[in-house]
Design a protein around this ligand. Sequence first.
Ligand SMILES: Nc1nc2c(ncn2[C@@H]2O[C@H](COP(=O)(O)OP(=O)(O)O)[C@@H](O)[C@H]2O)c(=O)[nH]1
Ligand SMILES: [Mg+2]
Length: 316
Amino acid sequence: MLKIDDIRSGNQLAGARLIRLIENNEPSAIELLKLLYPLAGNAFMIGITGSPGVGKSTLIDVLILEFRKLDKKIAVIAVDPTSPFTGGAILGDRLRMQRHATDKSVFIRSMASRGQTGGLSRATKDTAIVLDVMGFEIIIIETVGAGQAQFDVAGLAHSVGIVCIPSSGDGIQAVKAGILETGNLFIVNKSDLPDAQASFHDLSAMLEMKQSSKTGWQPRVLKTVATNGTGVKEVAQTFLSHLDAMKKDGSFDAKQRELERFYFHTLLKDFAFEKINLFINKSPDIKHALTDIELQKEDPISAAQNVINKLCRFNN
Ligand SMILES: Nc1nc2c(ncn2[C@@H]2O[C@H](COP(=O)(O)OP(=O)(O)O)[C@@H](O)[C@H]2O)c(=O)[nH]1
Ligand SMILES: [Mg+2]
């Protein structure tokens, strides 16, 4: 039986067990989370996002070392929604970060897509709550892509770093308009490759044109070579500066409320999805509708609309 105190005291076995229950969407995990939620809210949540292969995991591996030098307890949640058959990718992340395995102040967890539902965002947030209560001061969420509907890391993190790589000619194509809004820190990784300086300037120029941030924080651009650690110390420092700036100008509290609203909406959508699925599997209306569709008495669009409209009226 899992106890709140085991999580509070930072017991890693208990934490890992609870996270496994969360991933399996076990009712017992949900009950524990209700009790844990009021104890969370102390961790600094960092999102690291970017296309596959830009070097996010390599960078995070070195970031862990930098934060450890500052004596921070640090956890990483590696999320990869693009690979439901995750064996390879997840193993890669774990192996890369293997050297931290014996450090009790570091916790690394890969989160596989739960496939059919939109539950990944919720599972990641729930996992972050557990790690927060366990006493991890910094939680990094690694995710592929930014601003995508199925997993919006900006709804989970106080500070978002966008990782890209140098590219020639048309500048930083990978950094699309929506992503510019999301990033607090832009990292041109693989700066050992050609065109790093040009990409750095392109990105800086694009951000300068956009200078309209609500808070006083202006997004920064940094160059790194994650494979040998160059520039990663500055990345760690910049994330901490962003946190400082938010705390000083009051935007941290606003951000915190924004993250809470996002979690609430994630839960609403997830619970609604679960309930509706239950209904769909049981309801005689569905069987009737299916018969009507088969007999071509009704088109599937109208049939689906009718069933859902009836369900919503039913609960009014
Ligand atoms: N040349 C170079 N290669 C890098 C750098 N950072 C990472 N890589 C390599 O890029 C590949 C993908 O790295 P990975 O961290 O798995 O990327 P992720 O998919 O974004 O997590 C690996 O082969 C890394 O060794 C860098 O700064 N320079
Ligand atoms: Mg990775």
